[in-house]
Design a protein around this ligand. Structure first.
Ligand code: SAM
Ligand code: SF4
Length: 330
C-alpha cells in the first residue's frame, strides 16, 4: 500500500476498545460516555479487518485502546493474530497498555508471539499516580512490569510530560528505567478530546525536558528511527535509549508509515486529521469482506500529507481534534 506521497503503509494500529480502567486527566474526562456495544467491532470483525491489512502488506500491528487488556476475550484476538507471526506474514505484534492487567496476561502474551510492549507510566510516586490516572494503583502497574520482564517481554515506557505534575521527576524516571534496562519515551500532550482542565496550562515542551535532562545525563543523538514520531538519544550512563515524541513542535509526517483503526471500524489515515473511512459499514454490508480490499485502497489514497495540531489559549476548550486519544489509541 503506497499513499499519494509515496509513503508505504506497513504499520496498523488497532484500538480494540474505547473503555479503560483508568481516567488519566490528559486523556479522558472523569465521566466518560462509552460506546454502545453494537457500535464496537466484535473480536471477529477486528480480526477480519486486521487480517486484510496484513494481506495487503502491513508488517506490524499494535493493539491499543482505551485499555486493550480490559477487552473481554482479548487473548483470542491476540492468539489468532499471533498465527501471522508464525507464518511470517507479520513481523511484529505488539501493544500499548497501561500495565494494570500485565500480571495476569504477561505469559500468555509472550506465548502468542508478542516480544515487546509499550507501557504507559507517568510517575513513580503512588499519590501522583493516583492523581494522574484518577482510578489507577501504582503497585499493580509495577507488579505488572515485573511480570512482563519475567515473562521475557521487552518494555518501553511511555511517559507524558505534564507541566506542574511530573516535570520534576522525569530525570528520576530515566534512572529508574535505565536500572531496569527499559527504554523510555517522553510524549508532549496533544490537543485531543474535551478534558476537565486547560491544556495550555499543562503543556510542557520536550525541548525544555531535554535541556533539563542534559544537566543530569550525557545524552547523544543516535540515528535510530522507527518510522514514527520519536527522536532518540542514548544515555551514556545507563546504555538505554530515551525518545522524545514532539508532534506539536516538530513535523514527523514525511516518514509516516501508519494508519489507525478505531474500535468502531473507522480508519484514520492521520492522527491529527478528521478524515476517515468507515470500514465497519463496508464489512457489515452484504458480501462485506470482499469489498474491504477496495475500501482500504480508496482510504490509503486519501492519506494526507500531515497534521495540524494547535494548542493556543484563545481556543483552549476547542481541542484541535475533537475525538479523545482513547478513540484512536494514540
Ligand atoms: N491505555 C493504554 C495506555 O495508556 O497505554 C493505551 C491507550 S493510550 C490512549 C495510548 C497513549 O496515549 C498513552 O501512552 C497515553 O499516555 C497517551 N495519551 C493519551 N492522551 C494523550 C494526549 N492528550 N496527549 C498525549 N498523549 C496522550
Ligand atoms: Fe486509559 Fe490509556 Fe487514556 Fe490513561 S491514557 S485513560 S490508561 S486509555
Amino acid at each position: 500500500m503506497i499513499d499519494p506521497f509515496g509513503r508505504e503503509v506497513s504499520y496498523l494500529r488497532v484500538s480494540v476498545t474505547d473503555r479503560c480502567d483508568f481516567r488519566c486527566t490528559y486523556c479522558m474526562a472523569e465521566n466518560m460516555t462509552f460506546l454502545p456495544k453494537k457500535e464496537v467491532l466484535s473480536l471477529e470483525e477486528l480480526e477480519a479487518i486486521t487480517a486484510t491489512f496484513i494481506r495487503k502488506g502491513v508488517r506490524k500491528v499494535r493493539l491499543t485502546g482505551g485499555e486493550p487488556l480490559v477487552r473481554k476475550g482479548i487473548m483470542t484476538l491476540i492468539n489468532n493474530l499471533g498465527m501471522y507471526l508464525q507464518s511470517g506474514e507479520l513481523d511484529e505484534l505488539t501493544l500499548t497498555t497501561n500495565g494494570s492487567q500485565l500480571s495476569r496476561y504477561a505469559n500468555s502474551l509472550y506465548a502468542a508471539g508478542v516480544r515487546r510492549i509499550n507501557v504507559s507510566l507517568d510517575t513513580l510516586d503512588p499519590e501522583r499516580f493516583a492523581r494522574i490516572t484518577r482510578w489507577g494503583k501504582l503497585d499493580k502497574v509495577l507488579d505488572g512490569l515485573q511480570a512482563a520482564q519475567d515473562a521475557g517481554l521487552k518494555i518501553k515506557l511511555n511517559t507524558v510530560a505534564v507541566r506542574g505534575i511530573n516535570d520534576q521527576e522525569l530525570s528520576d524516571m530515566v534512572a529508574w528505567a535505565g536500572d531496569r534496562k527499559m527504554d523510555i519515551t517522553f510524549i508532549e500532550t496533544m490537543p485531543m478530546g474535551e478534558i476537565d482542565e486547560l491544556r495550555s496550562d499543562r503543556f510542557l515542551s520536550l525541548r525544555e525536558v531535554r535541556e533539563t535532562l542534559s544537566k543530569d545525563w550525557n545524552l547523544s543523538d543516535i540515528d535510530f528511527k522507527t518510522g514514527g514520531p520519536a527522536d532518540y538519544v542514548q544515555v551514556a550512563e545507563t546504555g538505554q535509549k530515551v525518545g522524545f515524541i514532539t508532534p506539536l513542535s516538530h513535523n514527523f509526517c514525511e516518514s509516516c508509515n501508519r494508519v489507525r483503526l478505531t474500535c468502531t471500524g473507522m480508519l484514520y489515515m492521520c492522527l491529527g486529521q478528521n478524515d476517515n473511512a468507515d470500514l465497519r459499514k463496508v464489512l457489515r454490508s452484504e458480501n462485506g469482506l470482499s469489498l474491504l480490499d477496495a475500501a482500504i485502497d480508496e482510504a490509503i489514497g486519501r492519506k494526507p500529507k500531515g497534521h495540524d495540531f494547535v494548542i493556543d489559549r484563545s481556543r483552549d476548550h476547542i481541542p484541535a481534534v475533537a475525538r479523545h486519544m482513547s478513540v484512536t489509541g494514540g
